[in-house]
Design a protein around this ligand. Structure first.
Ligand code: COA
Length: 386
């Protein structure tokens, strides 16, 4: 058996903006967002929610179910860092009360870093089969108001327990990568919103997909017939369709049935927007939790893309009995029970600046998960468990 994902847990903020409302405010045909981009609602993080509270909220059910004693690492993958030195993983470590023998580390490479964390964790537990690693991908996607990227904004986190005898997905020991130095999406230290050359980024994503796929094929000896389903990093869910059409053109993937291979992995992302590092793993969670078919034994192709760029095609095989450890009903309720914002409330939230003076600040309480970002004191972030 190969190491892999033993449990998955997803969290998104309790507020959402229907993109029909955004389209109305921007004077855009709503079908551009709903059909052209494949997005329907975006998750909006309130001021007292950040990547730390989202990460801790995603991971808590895993810690409650399996305990934390066997974790050697907590790896937090994010491109929405809250501090230049202190890793977000250390805050999450504290909120989850992880043992002091569990190391904490933050990883960054745009939307790719959780995939690097996954391989590091698999290698770690392969050498220590009685140990486990906790990975949490957590991000808030933000562009300037009225930017073309605005309708693809989102927020969310996915936590994964990695073990040598996984109950959800074994990770295959081969991969195909593609890395290059490109400026398609970035966020300089002095900015709160990302900069993106969206059309160029889509072209880079697709070029990287072909290169990574070819290398994956050479490394594994597998072709497209090996996969029953396919999940992609999803800056917007129509990207999956673009990726499949691209593989048909460049790598002779078949056209028949291609929508069936991606369809079950899109619904969560369609309703949260882009969750950057978490996006691919949110799509995987959605596939496993919403596919009517029993996927036990099925190989799933996975494509991870981080702008800048590093990309990777890899795969995993679904374990028998995987459904017993999923949290499908909790995730369904979480998405369904969100507060619908009107356009003005959305704009009020995104315009609220985070204080930068290092003074004493107590934040108003919004609806959050089990943790909240309560304020700032003497340049320190203050979190609380509710
Ligand atoms: N009805 C249906 N579809 C419509 C439409 C309408 N009224 N109007 C436009 N569309 C379609 C377009 O044809 C296009 O589809 P296509 O790609 O198949 O041609 C799609 O909607 C988007 O329209 P487009 O004009 O390309 O949108 P845009 O230039 O305003 O922005 C992005 C699109 C994706 C470039 C932009 O949202 C963006 O930059 N997002 C961020 C991406 C990102 O984060 N990348 C980095 C991480 S990977």
């Amino acid at each position: 058996m190969n190491p892999g994902i033993d449990r998955l847990s997803f969290y998104c903020p309790a507020y959402a903006l229907d993109l029909r409302r955004l389209a109305e405010a921007r004077g855009v045909d709503p079908d551009k967002y709903l059909s052209g981009l494949g997005q329907e609602t975006m998750a909006v993080a309130p001021p007292d929610e950040d990547i730390v509270t989202m990460a801790a909220s995603a991971a808590l059910p895993i810690v409650e179910a399996d305990g934390a004693d066997d974790f050697d690492w907590i790896l937090v993958a994010t491109e929405t860092g809250v501090d230049q030195s202190k890793a977000a993983a250390t805050f999450v470590h504290g909120l989850l009360e992880l043992p002091s023998t569990c190391s904490a580390l933050e990883l960054k490479q745009a939307c790719y870093s959780a995939t690097a964390a996954l391989h590091m964790a698999c290698a770690w537990v392969a050498a220590r089969p009685d140990r486990a690693v906790l990975i949490v991908a957590s991000d808030i996607a933000r562009y300037e108001l009225c930017n073309p990227g605005e309708p693809t904004q989102g927020a969310g986190a996915v936590a994964m327990r990695i073990t040598a005898r996984p109950r959800v997905l074994e990770i295959d020991p081969f991969r195909g990568v593609h890395a290059d130095d490109v400026f398609d999406f970035w966020r300089p230290n002095y900015r709160e919103e990302a900069l993106v050359d969206g059309q160029y980024s889509t072209r880079m994503y697709l070029a990287a997909l072909t290169a990574a796929w070819e290398r994956y094929g050479a490394a594994s000896g597998l072709d497209w017939t090996a996969f029953r389903r396919q999940c992609f990093h999803l800056p917007f869910t129509r990207m999956a369709e673009k990726a499949m059409l691209h593989l048909q053109r460049t790598a002779r993937w078949p056209s028949e049935g291609f929508r069936d291979r991606i369809a079950d992995g899109l619904a969560y992302n369609r309703h949260t927007g882009n969750t950057y590092a978490a996006s691919l793993y949110e799509s995987l969670t959605c596939l496993l939790e919403t596919a009517a078919e029993d996927l036990a034994g099925a190989r799933v192709g996975l494509f991870s893309y981080g702008s800048g760029c590093t990309a990777e095609f890899f795969s995993g095989v679904v374990r028998p009995g995987y459904r017993e450890v999923l949290r499908a009903e909790a995730h369904r309720r979480q998405l369904a029970d969100r507060v619908a914002l009107d356009y003005r409330q959305y704009e009020d939230i995104v315009r609220l600046p985070l204080p930068k003076d290092g003074g004493e600040h107590v934040f108003a309480q919004y609806r959050t998960g089990p943790f909240r970002f309560a304020g700032l004191s003497q340049h320190k972030r203050v979190y609380e468990r509710l």
